[in-house]
Ligand binder design. Structure first.
Ligand code: CTP
Ligand code: CA
Length: 226
């Protein structure tokens, strides 16, 4: 697979893509996070650029290098990610929420390193904003694409997220298979969207590299764009 000489189906389009995990501070030396590698989000940024788009990639902490031609904004927490996304949104045609945003953060991050006491410790968590749902709910929202990583009832949960968050499209994958998903180079997914008649449609994207899947997602999205 090459990114050279791809059809310019996203020419003139501006994309904002979130990628990677977020880290939610417990104290100055500790955080809550997850195993997201950021690979899918970076593959999406690379593919969209090859398809002619201008891409802003808002990324949580990853070990990945920025694809050529992509504007990258690094963030740490969900709150910072939301702020960076809002700042990047004016003029955005397509928003892709691919980050594994932490659903909760410590209600209060300690300002100094917490000391152990030997007793049980309870951390109070407070919900983070839903970045994708916030973007999709805005007036003149861009075309919104979400991701759903599920361990069971993959398509029904993902369709629920498509509806609830008012998305145009969602890519659902089964993370119960350790050979696919987090931190792997390959994945397999079900793409679910609403067609012009407002009917839910779906198609299987069989196991392929994350870059190939990214091209397949944008090929479908380009057909659905206003
Ligand atoms: N998402 C987001 N902001 C959040 C949580 C999720 O933007 N605070 C986005 C993700 O980037 C993904 C989609 O929402 O595109 C679905 O994320 P997922 O974790 O699968 O769904 P949740 O709505 O958080 O539900 P749950 O974790 O309970 O399954
Ligand atoms: Ca979640």
């Amino acid at each position: 697979l090459t990114t050279a000489a791809q059809p310019q189906i996203l020419a003139g389009k501006q994309l904002v893509i979130t990628a990677g995990p977020t880290q939610e501070a417990i104290d100055p030396v500790r955080y809550l996070s997850n195993h997201s590698s950021g690979k899918m989000g970076f593959a999406l940024a690379q593919a969209a650029t090859a398809l002619g788009a201008q891409v802003t990639l808002v990324s949580g902490p990853t070990r990945l290098t920025t694809p050529v031609g992509v504007k990258r904004i690094d963030v740490t927490s969900a709150a910072e990610m939301l702020e960076a996304v809002q700042a990047a949104l004016p003029g955005c045609d397509i928003f892709v929420g691919c980050a594994a945003v932490a659903d909760y953060r410590p209600a209060q991050a300690a300002s100094a390193k917490m000391k152990k006491s030997g007793a049980t410790l309870t951390l109070e968590l407070t919900p983070n904003p839903d970045i994708l749902a916030t973007v999709a709910a805005q007036p003149n929202a861009p075309f919104c694409i979400g991701f759903a990583a599920e361990t069971h009832d993959v398509v029904s949960y993902a369709t629920g997220k498509l509806e609830r968050k008012k998305l145009n499209m969602i890519a659902a994958n089964d993370v119960s298979d350790p050979a696919l998903g987090f931190n792997t180079d390959d994945n397999a997914m079900t793409l679910i969207w609403r067609d012009a008649q407002n009917e839910i449609q779906q198609t299987e994207l069989p196991r392929a590299s994350k870059l190939e899947l990214a091209f397949a997602i944008f090929a479908r999205a380009a057909q659905l764009l206003p």
